[in-house]
Design a binder for this molecule. Structure first.
Ligand SMILES: [Zn+2]
Length: 293
């Protein structure tokens, strides 16, 4: 589907010769927004600002007939709305340079709305809820390691084509954003989607990229993280077996491991998470709603 068909007009202010459209001017927490910049002339150094972070654009190819005569040049970027981003109006800005050195750009207001997430209250034994001191220290160190991974932006686009679900056979992932209240205390929301599947089910890379983590973590058990470039990372948790190592380049659909029940789980399933420029977003949207290539 061409980008223009998915992108609503947004109340953007742009320099002459440039236009900006986004897939969702009103986006809910945990969602993805595709931003499309079209221009009459080729642009260089197209960057955006969202969430106080730089947004990296790639050159899009999908020019529609309606635009072909005027706005020939397409640059696209993916914006993530973090699962816990406070609802409100936020500015998204884009700047670029034309061949003659002239600076151009756009600004737009994007509205973030509260997401609709399920809440689950559980009463469980204390030793299950509270990690011991050693486990807690380990978990904190691992969180820091993940934070550093997601903070790094690889400037190249390492993927080509659409993203695919990590399990074959139409298994549906659920529970993204679910709020858990354990013994009356609110816990961190669920940052990914859970795919129930038997132990040993092959897990596929959602897209090509480079493996940046393949190890056992306290919460997510055997975990693989793939860097797809431009700030997009996918995470696969609770694996029974891992078939890749840090530094491996993987192709879209490659088997990277098998479903399991390692880490803090009650049964075998795949936990799949996607982070876009540090924003924790619903991974299902990456394959279902926002068609990026
Ligand atoms: Zn999960």
């Amino acid at each position: 589907m061409p980008a223009s068909a998915r992108c609503a007009a947004v109340n953007a202010h742009c320099t002459d010769g440039v236009e900006l459209k986004v897939s969702a001017p009103q986006a809910s927490q945990g969602s993805l927004i595709l931003a499309v910049v079209r221009s009459q002339k080729p642009l260089r150094e197209v960057t955006g600002k969202w969430n106080e972070r730089d947004v990296y654009f790639w050159e899009g190819g999908s020019t529609t007939a309606a635009h072909r005569s005027t706005h020939n040049y397409v640059n696209e970027a993916l914006l993530g709305v973090d699962l816990e981003k406070a609802p409100g109006d936020y500015e998204f800005s884009v700047s670029a340079t034309m061949g003659n050195g002239e600076h151009v750009g756009c600004t737009a207001a994007l509205t973030v709305r509260a997401g609709k997430f399920a809440t689950e209250s559980l009463t469980v034994q204390k030793q299950f809820v509270e990690p011991n001191e050693q486990q807690a220290q380990r978990a904190v160190a691992e969180q820091e390691k993940l934070r550093q991974i997601f903070d790094h932006i690889t400037p190249e686009k390492l993927w080509h084509g659409p993203f695919r679900p990590p399990l074959s056979g139409g298994v549906r992932g659920t529970n993204f954003g679910k709020r858990r209240i354990l013994n009356g205390q609110p816990r961190s929301p669920h940052t990914g989607a859970d795919f129930p599947a038997p132990t040993g089910t092959p897990i596929h890379a959602t897209q090509s990229g480079r493996v940046v983590l393949a190890e056992e973590l306290y919460f997510s058990g055997n975990t693989v993280i793939i860097d797809h470039g431009l700030g997009i990372y996918s995470l696969y948790g609770h694996l029974s077996a891992t078939d890749v190592a840090v530094g491996d380049s993987v192709k879209a659909g490659a088997v990277i491991g098998k479903v399991g029940a390692t880490g803090r789980v009650t049964g075998p399933h795949l936990h799949w998470g996607v982070t876009v420029n540090k924003a924790r977003v619903n991974p299902i949207q990456l394959v279902a709603e926002t068609v990026i290539r």
